[in-house]
Design a protein around this ligand. Structure first.
Ligand SMILES: [Zn+2]
Length: 229
């Protein structure tokens, strides 16, 4: 009985913490750079859908249209991760807001199935890139709007950044390959982050991600070189 009471009490504490953690809405700044010639109504619709997707995770997006002449509009800092320790350090140094570039066309070397790419460990420059020609092709093939495919592709890449991971799930928004099930959920406006993904993203935005913010002089975070390509 005593054990049961402790378990129940612990359950209550955990669920109180979880609901308090969930009840608080985080803000996330998103800057978009685009020279893809996307119609304004499509951008507005995609931004609305993205806000909705992230609101389900208790994250409010602040959306800014960036100036293409800004340095970060063309800066891509790639990281070459060689060990789990290096990945942890880079994850802690990664930028915590989102800088998106929507490109008119994917590089010819990119596989046809790729809609975009994320740099989850970039400390500066772009951390999301989207290929608009691929968005249009998928939308036409799946009988979806460009705006819906664009919003969900951006959400997927932003997920990589906020989860500090290039890993994929077997299904859903963070799956590596979207199939009929995922496209059906996009069509019905029902594709969101999984609860555990949402919680991890919120913890990252809260700085509750195991990263030390008080390392003396930041020395533990500055020893690694970031090979740029
Ligand atoms: Zn992915």
């Amino acid at each position: 009985m005593g054990q049961l009471f402790i378990v129940l009490l612990l359950g209550a504490v955990v669920s109180d913490w979880a609901s308090a953690e969930r009840g608080k809405t985080r803000r996330l700044h998103v800057t978009t750079y685009s020279d893809a010639g996307i119609p304004a109504y499509e951008i507005i619709k995609a931004a609305d859908t993205l806000r909705l997707i992230f609101r389900q995770s208790d994250i409010n997006l602040e959306w800014t249209v960036g100036d293409l002449s800004a340095d970060e509009a063309t800066l891509v800092v790639s990281t070459n991760i060689v060990s789990p320790e290096q990945e942890r350090v880079l994850a802690c140094r990664a930028r915590r807001d989102i800088a998106i570039r929507i490109r008119r066309a994917a590089p010819s070397s990119t596989r046809a199935s790729v809609l975009g790419v994320a740099q989850p460990f970039a400390s500066r420059g772009l951390n999301v890139q989207i290929y608009y020609d691929r968005i249009v092709a998928v939308a036409a093939g799946q009988e979806l709007t460009n705006a819906d495919v664009l919003a969900h592709a951006i959400a997927h890449e932003m997920g990589h950044v906020l989860l500090r991971s290039t890993a994929h799930r077997v299904s859903g928004l963070m799956s590596g390959v979207w199939r009929a099930r995922e496209y059906g959920r996009i069509a019905t406006g029902n594709m969101f982050f999984a609860p555990d993904e949402s919680m991890k993203m919120r913890l990252a935005l809260d700085g509750e991600d195991g990263c030390s913010r008080t390392a003396p002089g930041g020395t533990s975070l500055s020893v690694l070189q970031l090979p740029a390509r």
